[in-house]
Ligand binder design. Structure first.
Ligand code: GDP
Ligand code: MN
Length: 392
């Protein structure tokens, strides 16, 4: 689950990291009031930022600096309702503008191969990290945290020096340690700060430079959401695929893909195998879908609706290995879904195992044009053929 910048900043500031103050506005008037308050409090400018779950908001015109309440109002006017990569901006973040001296990149990511959290840093912030990784991989420092002990103090200092932050050693090291700690404490799989900025501020004895987290991106591990009661509330349903929302409500593991053969399978391993076989037979799966162990007929019907809601699906392949899942329950769900469907899509069904014989009868009596298959290979071949004939 991806978090909006303002939610990410909530988690980071809660962890004691230096995040500039911010507020969230969903109307132009709110944005103006909040801006006026920051400016009255002495900010030389405010920044108004679109809250959408896509990168490159700055380039798209979704980040604007304003020096007066009027300018802030105009900025909010322009950004609210703006379309950024297909997403309509519904909220903006308003914050006192930072006087940036330098921009850097710092992120904690999950290195699955090393099975550890890796800290990635670059002195060249503001640049897109993907571009930098390709063109100048040496410009990115990588340090792996200890699996049990976390990021060690010497590692945090090493990263600080490699980023050229020797003058800010204490603060830079604390930020490095903090990002890794947020990764662990919140069960995140990405905590990215771009830019981490050296910012000039007025101190009692003249200008001072400090580090601040100006932008933040956090991705949470979906499987760990249950351990964090507050996290679910941060989900932004406006920006989720409706199919994902439906799948979650029905407790189905569903991932949409680019192909045209809808797959309904029980068990993650069998679902992967089925997708491989579809590919081998020259087809393209439209989704990964695992209906789970003891799926009842209503869940099957829900899964079928989900598959059919994808207009690019040209054929459906059902592959059930009845163990805990009963073939007859699945067959009943299929027949129910078939009778309600508004779009006619050819369907190939292979059900073996528990109650496969009853399933076959149910499909024969109520399934209409459902094509049955004995073996998995046969089922896959037929599904690919049917999708092809619809394509032709
Ligand atoms: P992104 O484009 O979606 O990554 O949004 P960012 O929050 O990273 O903003 C993009 C750029 O806007 C940053 O790299 C900064 O150069 C600039 N920016 C963001 N906030 C401020 C700010 O408070 N003051 C100034 N001067 N520039 C800012
Ligand atoms: Mn950014």
């Amino acid at each position: 689950m991806k978090l909006q910048e303002y939610h990410a900043k909530t988690l980071l500031s809660r962890a004691g990291l230096p995040v500039p103050p911010y507020s969230v506005a969903s109307t132009v008037a709110e944005a103006r009031d909040q801006s006026a308050a920051y400016l009255d409090a002495g900010a030389f400018a405010v920044v108004v930022k679109a809250q959408v779950l896509v990168g490159g908001r700055g380039k798209a015109g979704g980040v604007k600096l304003a020096r007066s309440a009027d300018e802030a109002e105009a900025a909010a006017e322009a950004i609210l309702g703006m379309d950024i990569k297909g997403i309509t901006v519904r909220r903006v973040l308003v914050a006192p503008g930072a006087d940036i001296v330098r921009e850097l990149y710092l992120a904690a990511v999950l290195d699955r191969t090393e099975q550890r959290i890796m800290l990635m840093g670059s002195a060249e912030g503001g640049v897109e990290i993907e571009t930098l990784a390709q063109e100048e991989p040496d410009a990115i420092a990588q340090i792996h945290a200890h699996a049990q002990l976390g990021l060690q103090p010497f590692q945090a200092r090493e990263m600080a020096f490699r980023l050229g932050l020797g003058d800010h050693l204490r603060q830079a090291a604390a930020i490095c340690t903090g990002l890794v700690k947020v990764m662990t404490d919140e069960d995140a799989d990405l905590v990215e700060i771009n830019p981490l900025a050296v910012v000039r501020e007025d101190g009692p004895d003249g200008p001072v430079e400090t580090l601040q987290l100006l932008d933040a991106k956090i991705t949470l591990d979906d499987s760990a959401l249950g351990r964090h009661p507050g996290h679910e509330e941060m989900r932004d349903l406006d920006e989720e695929d409706p199919a994902d929302i439906e799948a979650r409500a029905a407790d189905l593991s569903f991932i949409r893909l680019d192909g045209d053969i809808g797959c309904m399978v029980n068990g993650a391993g069998l679902a992967m195998t089925t997708m491989d076989l579809v590919k081998r037979a020259g087809g393209e799966p439209a989704n990964f879908l695992d209906i789970g162990g003891g799926a009842r007929s209503d869940k099957v019907a829900e899964a079928m609706r989900l598959i059919l809601s994808d207009s690019s699906v040209k054929a459906i392949l059902v592959n059930i290995f009845g163990g805990i899942a009963r073939g007859d329950e699945v067959a009943r769900g299929l027949v129910a879904a078939r009778s309600q469907q508004t779009r006619s899509v050819p369907m190939v069904v292979r059900i073996v195992g528990t109650n496969a014989d009853i399933a076959a009868k149910i499909l024969e009596e109520g399934g209409g044009d459902i094509v049955s298959a004995e073996s998995l290979d046969e089922a896959v071949e037929k599904a690919v053929q049917l999708a092809g004939s619809v394509n032709a």
